[in-house]
Design a protein around this ligand. Structure first.
Ligand code: IPE
Ligand code: MG
Length: 223
């Protein structure tokens, strides 16, 4: 979800206004995606690198998360199953947000609609590193042999364990990079780029991305 800052700047507004607008877009798109039958959606909300932003801006973004989580109707009434993915041993994440996250996951665990992953303090390399640590522990305890480490074993220890790999990755705001997002999972994903800044992203853009995706010919290395 990129381009909040530029959206605000173009309007002569503070960056925080861009983040608020981006949060509204996120709610709209999550509801819409669920409505049209998307089964899994992961949004990149805050990366492990985003802590380098000014403290005020970081606090502003974290406050928006809290607001979203406090309003359980955002996902509960929508029958959306929320899951947070990222490194939650981060000292910057206070108890309040960790409790809100745990409650949101618990309150929505029986939802049968879309699985919504919110990537918070997420980094793809960090995720793979964490998986390797878990697997290394298992090897050290002789629960598995090094030779038995397959791609599946790694995948089963990622934050997205048990979920399918993404079919489509959407990057708005005119950037053409992955920025450490789902780097393992996206090996064969289709990419869709758009100049639209995230706060301006509308359901029609998601429709267009899906329509374009449906025209792609996925060969997964075959012919
Ligand atoms: C994305 O918008 C929001 C987060 C990273 C939390 P940006 O804040 O990166 O917006 P730009 O890239 O400065 O326009
Ligand atoms: Mg950005």
């Amino acid at each position: 979800m990129d381009g909040n800052g530029r959206w605000a700047k173009r309007r002569g507004l503070p960056r925080s206004a861009g983040h608020s607008a981006g949060a509204r877009t996120f709610k709209t798109i999550a509801r819409y995606a669920n409505k049209i039958g998307i089964k899994y959606m992961t949004v990149y909300a805050f990366s492990t690198e985003n802590w380098s932003r000014p403290k005020d801006e970081v606090n502003n973004i974290l406050e928006l998360f809290k607001q979203y989580l406090r309003d359980a109707s955002n996902f509960k009434d929508e029958n959306i199953k929320v899951k947070f993915i990222g490194d939650f041993n981060e000292p910057h994440l206070d108890d309040e947000i960790l409790t809100l996250i745990a409650d949101a996951e618990k309150n929505s665990e029986n939802a049968t609609g879309m699985h919504l992953n919110i990537a918070l303090n997420y980094g793809g390399r960090q995720e793979i590193t964490d998986a390797v640590k878990i697997v290394a522990e298992k090897v050290a305890k002789k629960e598995i042999c090094a030779n038995d480490i397959t791609e599946e074993v790694i995948a089963d220890n990622l934050y997205t364990s048990g979920q399918p790999y993404p079919d489509l990755i959407i990057r708005p705001s005119g950037e053409y990079r992955l920025s450490n997002f789902l780097i393992w999972q996206s090996a064969y994903a289709e990419f869709w780029f758009s100049d639209v800044l995230w706060p301006d992203f509308k359901p029609k853009h998601l429709d267009k991305a899906i329509e374009d995706y449906s025209m792609r010919n996925r060969r997964f290395g075959g012919i």
